[in-house]
Design a protein around this ligand. Structure first.
Ligand SMILES: Cc1cc2nc3c(=O)[nH]c(=O)nc-3n(C[C@H](O)[C@H](O)[C@H](O)COP(=O)(O)OP(=O)(O)OC[C@H]3O[C@@H](n4cnc5c(N)ncnc54)[C@H](O)[C@@H]3O)c2cc1C
Length: 484
């Protein structure tokens, strides 16, 4: 039986496996998905997770319950040698191992793309994973708690200042959602007013959201301004050291929450393979999703999703390639499964063809924007379209039901505003009061007695030092800026 190995169980990988399960005949091939995460993340929901509108676990789809006949391996692929048809798989625990395959599918997605700006790597947080979205939510909630006990001044300003870098779709969504979330929190904090909270979006270009028309983007800017959110266009972040924001305009201020959404790049795991990569670091594939090099098709290698440069044969796309979004990743995953089944049966694979269906975003509770060609919908109707589309687009009915049910509950009961910040140090409360074995005394075994007796002063502080060190790690004060 041919062995199909899928690298990455996100959008494209999950759908490839799901459809292979459906279309392969019994015994026709064996499918394995390797991903360090046992779930695929529905990334369009991350801004709403960060804003407390969606329960984090509802925005991810566990692989095992839905991929019943696929072998799921929770580990990273750290190398592909296609010449020998072997991958190196590295688990979180234990030794890496090599595994042979007959057909490889690379769907390892993308990671946040950053620039070497001082402070960014240490202080900012991305928005690609459910863990990041949850950390952003908890940080904002915790900052409100801490700020509410402080007098007006620089420290309170720092806690209540949120910065988003990047004015693309994801950046505007998280910015609008966090602004809306913060405004909704104010009713629980009589000590704080809207004027005490500060929201800055930094965008290097002269406009936001290139996916919508200029006119629609102006409407979004106006709407954000009406909600006291500041957008800095044609501005670059030049430093974020210790949370001190420095802009190319000369403006400076401090922030305790810096969210980085300024673009993505193909998963760097590709560098550890012998597969062909184009100049932007993506896997080279042709329109039927087979990997190609200068000599033509590389047999038995396929790619789809953010990690691949898929030619956009509709004539749209950026630079002739499909843009990295879920709309394409899902459909490419399905096409890829169809094509693999076709080639296994000696048929020809078909080219991937999908005309952009438009873009829809939520920029806060009750505010949305939709654009398809010249058609633009704004405000509440677009927000309903966003919820309707994404609520139905998240894979599996089980997830759709959870998401819609939770939105309905939020409508009745309001957002859940509990941030469980102590989760970062879950053992701290137990450890702070846990009994420990008494330190060795002078009456201990003769062999140990001499050094202990000779240095009692040193022995005592040494044993006492342990709780003090741990107390420092306790969640009395969270780190100054959100860290992964
Ligand atoms: C905040 C946000 C909002 C978005 N909103 C929209 C939207 O509204 N509409 C839209 O169309 N698109 C949206 N997108 C984009 C969309 O989510 C991505 O384009 C899509 O997830 C790409 O799918 P993928 O399968 O290529 O990668 P992913 O879904 O990222 O999956 C890649 C998988 O590969 C795994 N992986 C990585 N490295 C390895 C390795 N070495 N070994 C094994 N596994 C590995 C990862 O763990 C991951 O599970 C949004 C993205 C973000 C971040």
């Amino acid at each position: 039986m041919p062995k199909i190995l899928i690298v990455g169980g996100g959008y494209a990988g999950f759908y490839t496996a799901l459809k292979l399960e459906k279309w392969l005949r019994n015994g026709e091939a064996e499918v394995t998905v390797v991903d360090p995460l046992p779930y695929m993340t529905y990334q369009p929901f991350l801004p709403e997770v960060a804003a407390g509108s969606i329960e984090p676990r509802h925005a991810v789809v566990a692989l095992r319950p839905h991929l019943k006949s696929t072998r799921v391996v929770a580990a990273k692929v750290t190398g592909i040698n296609h010449a020998t048809k072997s991958v190196t798989i590295t688990p979180a625990d234990g030794e890496p191992w090599d595994e042979d395959y007959d057909i490889i599918v690379v769907t390892a997605g993308s990671v946040s793309r950053t620039f070497p700006i001082p402070g960014v790597a240490d202080e900012a947080i991305g928005l690609k994973t459910i863990e990041e979205a949850t950390a952003i939510r908890d940080r904002l909630l915790d900052n409100f708690e801490r700020a509410s006990t402080l007098p007006a001044g620089p420290e309170r300003d720092r806690l209540l200042t949120t910065v988003v870098v990047g004015g693309g779709f994801a950046g505007i969504e998280i910015f609008g959602e966090l602004r809306s979330f913060a405004s909704s929190l104010l009713k629980y904090y009589p000590q704080l007013t809207l004027d005490d909270t500060h929201f800055h979006l930094i965008e290097a270009m002269g406009r936001i959201m290139p996916e919508v028309s200029l006119k629609t983007s102006h409407w979004v800017l106006k709407n954000l301004a009406e909600h006291d959110a500041i957008v800095h266009l044609e501005t670059q972040l030049t430093s974020a050291v210790d949370g001190k924001i420095e802009l190319s305009t000369g403006e400076t201020f401090e922030s305790d929450l810096i969210v980085w959404t300024a673009g993505v790049m193909a998963s760097p795991m590709l560098r550890n393979t012998d597969l062909p990569i184009e100049e932007r670091g993506r896997l080279r594939v042709q329109a039927d999703l087979r990997v190609i090099n200068d000599d033509g098709v590389v047999p038995d290698a396929w790619g789809a999703g953010d990690v691949s440069a898929v030619p956009d044969i509709t004539g749209g796309g950026v630079g002739g390639f499909t843009v990295p979004n879920a709309q394409h990743a899902v459909r490419q995953g399905k096409q890829l499964a169809k094509n693999i089944v076709a080639t296994l049966r000696g048929e020809n694979p078909a080219e991937y063809f999908h005309k952009n269906a438009g873009a829809v975003a939520s920029i806060g509770l009750g505010i949305g924007v939709f654009q398809s060609g010249n058609l633009a919908v704004k405000g509440l109707p677009a927000w309903f379209m966003h919820r309707g589309y994404h609520g139905l687009a998240i894979p599996t009915w089980e997830r759709k039901i959870r998401v819609f049910a939770n939105w309905f509950l939020n409508f009745l009961l309001g957002r859940d505003i509990v941030g469980i910040i102590a989760r970062n140090e879950p053992r701290a409360a137990f450890e702070a009061f846990a009994s420990r074995p008494k330190p060795a005394t002078a009456t201990a075994a003769p062999a140990a007695a001499a050094p202990v007796a000779a240095a009692p002063a040193a022995a005592t502080p040494a044993t006492k030092a342990a709780p003090a060190t741990r107390a420092k790690k306790a969640p009395a004060k969270v780190p100054t800026t959100a860290k992964k």
